[in-house]
Design a protein around this ligand. Structure first.
Ligand code: THU
Length: 136
């Protein structure tokens, strides 16, 4: 993944952030998910008065893509308006692990353009997957 591509994904995630519905936390997050077929899916966090049903930006993006029949992913970028580069929450890591390879880069950025890249496996080692449900 070259620098230009990384910056493009961060830029797109930052635009997705503008769609956030976050009246409770006031913490706005955007995600840009690139498929292996070179399509881009954007997501934002969508909160709820009952808090628990809140959907993170990463899951919004991946659910949109999966609905469209996409199953293979190249990279995801996440941008928040927080001081630090935002990494996906535990639930989103598990959802990403359902569809993405352990080596997939996860680009965690903030609005100032600071970012770090980790692989999905670094974020969720030993994720629970369908192989773990195989019986003896
Ligand atoms: N959030 C995301 O959308 N993605 C993350 O990676 C971290 C957390 C959202 C959920 C909630 O709307 C707000 O940020 C505060 O937790």
């Amino acid at each position: 993944m070259n620098e230009e591509r990384i910056e493009f994904l961060i830029e797109q995630a930052n635009e997705a952030r503008a769609h956030a519905y976050a009246p409770y936390s006031n913490f706005r997050v955007g995600a840009a998910l690139l498929t292996k077929s070179n399509k881009l899916y954007l997501g934002c966090n969508i909160e709820n008065a009952s808090y628990t049903p809140t959907n993170c930006a990463e899951r919004t993006a991946i659910f949109k893509a999966v609905y469209d029949g996409e199953r293979e992913f190249e990279a995801i970028a996440i941008v928040s308006d927080g001081r630090n580069a935002t990494a996906p929450c535990g639930v989103c890591r598990q959802v990403l692990a359902e569809f993405c390879e352990p080596s997939m880069p996860v680009i965690c950025a903030n609005m100032e353009g600071n970012y770090k890249i980790l692989t999905l496996e670094e974020l969720i080692p030993m994720a629970f997957t369908k192989e773990d449900m195989e019986k003896i």
